[in-house]
Design a protein around this ligand. Structure first.
Ligand code: NAI
Length: 320
């Protein structure tokens, strides 16, 4: 290839790299010259037990191919320790892939406190703790790439995964703000929703489907987003089976129902529901302008008289 994406001298931490997608990421980064921390707690896909085998096996695979890797067996719930292992072994941390994860699928009413908490702890708090530990190092070196692993279950919902959906969309929220706060330090953060055959999905997919959904079909996106030449940040992607696509929010044109000197009532909302939810005209709201709808508001009344700054959502809301 003309211009290969190399990671020489870069230190990459992949959490949950002992199996499935994480393993595929770790192997690819290592082949591209990265020094890889293969983190894995080594428990079951439901988050029971622990062990060193899973991480050790992947480290061995990398070394056999001539790559550089070390194993770390801590849970991502101990984010500081996981990141410390990158610093102790390689002296820096450049890329973090927050991939570790488990499932506790139950129909909603049957989710116990523990089923809820462990999912939030591993997927969401784990990602937070890992990122918080890595952040000051990335900031200091003026370079960092963070991949937040989300799921279509989080973006769209999925039967039996209320706990997991909440954590996975939480990870997108975390990614959105890290992207904003990171930009001036050249720390980029993107969220990736993969689809791949793994022990996690083996229970719900037949053999043929699993074969089409190789983790290696997801890896190229994660690797590219982690490279220092990649400018993308704050993005949300779906990837799997060779498909790559980007998602964004869409907002209906909406309607201003306020009338001067009149109370605004639920009945008015009901009677205008078709206009509120009409997507024939729309915008793509973003962090640059989250309250841009206030600009669409006709300023011919009290807002102008009171000289309200329409770009200030707080002032606008007070004016109502
Ligand atoms: P997997 O079960 O094959 O791999 C997950 C790895 O994370 C395992 O090796 C496990 O030991 C490790 N792990 C679990 N808890 C940990 C902890 N507390 N600390 C450190 N390591 C821990 O699963 P798979 O499918 O490779 O999933 C990887 C990620 O991708 C997960 O975050 C998952 O939610 C996400 N995902 C996967 C999809 C798929 O189609 N496979 C779909 C959407 C999201």
């Amino acid at each position: 290839e003309m211009d290969p994406l190399r990671f020489d001298e870069k230190v990459v931490l992949v959490t949950g790299a002992g199996n499935g997608l994480g393993r595929a990421y770790a192997l690819d980064f290592a082949e591209r010259g990265a020094k890889v921390v293969v983190n894995d707690l080594g428990g079951s896909f439901k988050g029971v037990g622990s062990g060193s085998k899973a991480a050790d096996k992947v480290v061995e695979e990398i070394r056999v191919k001539g790559g550089i890797a070390v194993a770390n067996y801590d849970s991502v719930e101990l984010g500081d320790k996981v990141v410390q292992s990158a610093l102790d072994n390689f002296g820096r941390i450049d890329v973090v892939v927050n991939n570790a994860g488990i499932l506790r699928d139950k129909s909603f009413a049957r989710i116990s406190d523990e089923d809820w908490d462990i999912i939030q702890r591993v997927h969401l708090k784990g990602s937070f703790l890992i990122c918080r530990a890595a952040w000051p190092h990335m900031k200091k070196q003026g370079y960092g790439r963070i991949i937040m692993v989300t799921s279509s279950s989080g973006i769209f919902g999925n039967f039996g995964q209320a706990n997991y959906s909440a954590a996975k969309l939480g990870a997108v929220g975390l990614a959105n703000t890290l992207a904003l706060e990171g930009i001036k330090y050249n720390i980029h953060c993107n969220a990736v929703a993969p689809l791949a055959g793994s022990r996690m999905t083996a229970t719900i997919m037949d053999k043929e489907t699993l074969e089409r959904l190789k983790p290696e079909y997801v890896t190229p996106l994660v690797v590219y987003l982690s490279h220092d030449t990649c400018k993308e940040t704050g993005g949300l992607f779906q990837v799997g089976a060779g498909y790559f696509g980007k998602l964004r929010w869409q907002r209906s044109e909406g309607v201003v129902l306020r009338e001067k000197n009149k109370m605004l009532k639920a009945e008015t909302v009901r009677d205008n529901w078709h206009r509120i939810t009409d997507f024939s005209k729309f915008t793509y709201p973003s962090a640059k302008d989250p309250s841009s709808f206030t600009k669409d508001i006709d300023a011919s009344d009290e807002m102008l008289q009171e000289n309200i700054n329409q770009n200030d959502p707080v002032a606008v809301s007070k004016a109502y």
